[in-house]
Ligand binder design. Structure first.
Ligand SMILES: [Zn+2]
Length: 423
């Protein structure tokens, strides 16, 4: 098809034309901004926030009576849900696009974005690929569920993804047969970048590591998104595909976009969002790129730890997130109301190399640990020690252990580590 022969300039032009966006300009800006001094970036972030607040006071009904940012309460998803139209700017007359959060965090939230916001999202994604060596026009594979793959919704979407030279591989279908056919396609199509869910890529990696016949000579790098990437998953994926693996983290309705640099530090683009982290570690953010639908001081629902190092070996000065601890709802609460975060279970289970993936289901009565383990050790007895460890920390009436039983899946093919079945 003629699209395959386009140079990067024409690709960007058409991408922005069909996507009603300005990705090229925003990407150009971000490429320069990332190397500005840390203090300048913080000042830019604050002054964009002040500018947005002035606009919000004048044109966003929900904020007509606000005094200043510091006095604002943290904005919860439910408030947005209940006052959806009050967050729309009455002065923003251009088209706004409806979006939905993926729903892996509970009830999906509807929100709206401007063309500028979409441009920031895509520029951020491309910037994160560039760390792995991406050049416009390179073949990219998406391994994902519905959240990333909306190819078929319209002709415009279809053309947009063709211009980006993206192939889709569904994270819903990951039988050995599917994986084998995906891998053959990845190789045949000379795929340069793989972008997808960590759990799906981890599963494919395990398959490759057990079948040494796959070699990805064209591949430049892999970027994981949307799910927690543990160090053991990263090592597994790296070994299988023989390229570097980078993590990415975002919360689009909060304007949060963070990507890993060559030194695996996670840089948060603070010229797109103004953010703060409260004493509990909650990441609170304001999308500075969205003047059409303004959410100030939005609770992302993520727990994050910020690094106090402001200069990275890569010379980028966007602030560094030391640790994305995860969704604050990824928490198990026992009969005594004691809570443990998913990271506890990662810490407990990840040293055991035969465990490929886990899931914990709990309710008022019982806690169930589901382990997907490799074929070497199938016996429950071997893994009882983890139940004993959980017993030391959490009080339930029943403790169950299931080996190689199917996991509970969510509608969007993302793997959830913790599920409260009472909710
Ligand atoms: Zn860096």
């Amino acid at each position: 098809m003629f699209i395959n022969n386009l140079n990067s300039k024409v690709r960007f032009f058409l991408l922005d034309f069909f996507g009603r966006s300005q990705i090229k300009n925003v990407l150009h800006r971000l490429r320069e901004e990332q190397y500005l001094p840390y203090d300048i970036l913080c000042q830019m972030s604050r002054s964009k926030l002040d500018h947005l607040i002035i606009k919000a006071k004048l044109s966003v009904p929900f904020y007509n009576n606000i005094i200043n940012y510091d006095d604002l309460p943290v904005l919860k998803k439910d408030t947005v849900r209940n006052h959806l139209n009050d967050f729309k700017s009455t002065q923003y007359t251009k088209f706004i696009f409806e979006k939905k959060t993926s729903g892996s965090t509970g009830k999906p939230l509807t929100y709206y974005v401007t063309s500028n916001t979409r441009s920031y999202l895509w520029a951020f994604i491309i910037l994160s690929w560039e760390v792995a060596g991406y050049k416009m026009g390179d073949k990219v594979a998406f391994v994902a569920g519905s959240a990333l793959l909306n190819f078929k919704t319209s002709l415009k979407h279809f053309i947009f993804y063709r211009l980006l030279n993206v192939d889709a591989y569904s994270a819903f279908s990951l039988s050995d047969k599917d994986i084998e056919s995906y891998l053959n396609k990845l190789i045949k199509r000379k795929t340069k970048i793989i972008y997808g869910y960590a759990s799906a890529l981890d599963r494919m990696a395990t398959f490759i590591n057990n079948n040494s016949k796959f070699h990805f000579t064209d591949l430049k790098g892999i970027i994981c998104t949307s799910e927690m990437l543990t160090e053991s998953m990263r090592e597994n994926i790296k070994k299988a595909f023989n390229v570097d693996v980078f993590n990415q983290y975002g919360c689009n309705e909060g304007g949060v976009s963070a990507f890993e640099c060559e030194f695996h530090e996670m840089h948060l683009i603070n010229t797109r969002c103004y953010f703060e982290i409260n004493n509990y570690g909650d990441l609170i953010a304001t999308d500075l790129s969205n003047e059409g639908f303004v959410l100030l001081k939005y609770d992302t629902g993520d727990l994050v730890e910020l690094s106090n190092i402001n200069d990275c070996k890569c010379n980028r000065h966007f602030p560094i997130i030391k640790h994305v601890i995860g969704r604050s709802r990824d928490i198990v609460t026992d009969l005594n109301n004691k809570s443990l975060h998913a990271s506890f279970f990662h810490y407990l289970l990840s040293p055991e190399k035969t465990i490929q993936q886990f899931q914990i289901l709990f309710n008022q009565e019982a806690i169930s640990l589901y382990l997907n383990v490799d074929n070497g050790i199938k016996s429950n007895v071997f893994y009882e020690k983890y139940i004993a460890e959980i017993k030391k920390h959490l009080k339930f009436n029943k403790y169950n252990l299931y080996i190689n039983s199917p996991f509970l899946t969510s509608d969007n093919a993302k793997h959830r580590h913790i599920i409260n079945t009472d909710l």
